[in-house]
Design a protein around this ligand. Sequence first.
Ligand SMILES: Cc1cc2nc3c(=O)[nH]c(=O)nc-3n(C[C@H](O)[C@H](O)[C@H](O)COP(=O)(O)OP(=O)(O)OC[C@H]3O[C@@H](n4cnc5c(N)ncnc54)[C@H](O)[C@@H]3O)c2cc1C
Length: 393
Amino acid sequence: MKHLVIAGGGFAGIRLARKLRKQKNLKITLVNDSEDFRYSPALYRAATGFKVGAARIPIEWMLIDVDNVNVVYKKITKINPTRKLITLDDGHTLDYDYAVCALGMVTTYFNIDGIADHSFGVKSVDEILELKQHIHDNLAGKQHRIQNYVVIGAGPTGVEVAATLGLYVQAVMEKHRIRNPRAQVFLVEAGPRILPQMSERASKKTLTELERRGVTVLTNTVVNAETSLKLKTSNGSIATQNVIWTAGAANNPFYRDNAQHFTFNERGKVRVNNRLQAQSSVYVAGDNADTRFSGLALVAVWHADFIAKDIKARMAGKPRPTHADAFPAQVVPVGKISVFQYRGITLGGRYMNLLRRVADFVGYSDVLGPLKALTIWQNTERIEDENCSFCRK
Ligand SMILES: Cc1cc2nc3c(=O)[nH]c(=O)nc-3n(C[C@H](O)[C@H](O)[C@H](O)COP(=O)(O)OP(=O)(O)OC[C@H]3O[C@@H](n4cnc5c(N)ncnc54)[C@H](O)[C@@H]3O)c2cc1C
């Protein structure tokens, strides 16, 4: 019996556990630092009033039909590839034949003064709930006051949040009968255009839609500092108590803490060979791996599929596959439309929302299987405001 330890119960980790659920002579231990899986593509919606359960899914339920997996809710702190040993934060160790590290990214604030203390994040469900409560409480009871909302970072997450925020703010104001509402949403980007990872065409289409929705887009604008009352940028200050930081992601610190076993690219991602290995017994998958398109859920799923194939081949003594990067398609929701990009093709419009809905179903299915995916996916459009009696009405 071989032992596979999967560190990280995200897109790559859960997908891999599910892919190998029928593998004979393989025992799997999945280690995750929380009991929930984070479906990140739904986080921005949870921040703006939609069902939180679409973004936070109990791992136990996800793997209920998988018999050969034991789940441990701990943090991994060390790896020793020579002794094939993983250490957890409670001091316990796990020995392994194969290890897969897929620990995702963490937020970084680039040491900008005040941002860590005063801004809100959207990278975890806890951050989302804090933001949602803040938006709600900050609005309720504030008649006739201008409210500025500033989203920093115009990647897909920043765009999604900026486009949806106005609708949520408006809905809360209407429910609380706040008169003369004046809410202004800003999207601040240091670079010359929004969605820098996508084509210029995608960027232009998205800009038009954001402006149509009343979002003020400030490109070439560098954030210098934040205080409890304002955001200071290279283009002046904005009075605000509502700053949402989506701009910085860094590789998981686990790798730097174990740097003697890994090599890194200039962005701190772990270099892997053409089998996604950092060492012969250690694979690195998902956002952590230095592959061309890592940073997307679909790519993490593809990594897991590849590693499952390779482990099966190793166990069967068959020729091993090699990994090749494939182009992922991307669909970014921008309020009431979505923008789709695949290689040189860019399309935008309401009909692309359908594609995003399909992409979400595929995303849930990748980690849940189709039946469980359906139960979550069909409820993702539900608005939920469980804490406020006004909003519930
Ligand atoms: C707000 C947001 C929106 C996004 N939207 C999209 C989108 O629309 N489409 C898309 O394709 N991609 C999107 N992404 C990117 C996508 O979420 C990632 O590419 C994907 O989650 C990567 O999968 P992963 O398995 O590498 O890591 P993750 O899914 O992040 O999983 C890592 C897991 O490891 C756990 N962990 C971390 N450290 C430890 C430790 N030391 N010990 C044990 N467990 C640990 C974490 O809790 C987590 O469960 C978004 C990301 C964010 C932040």
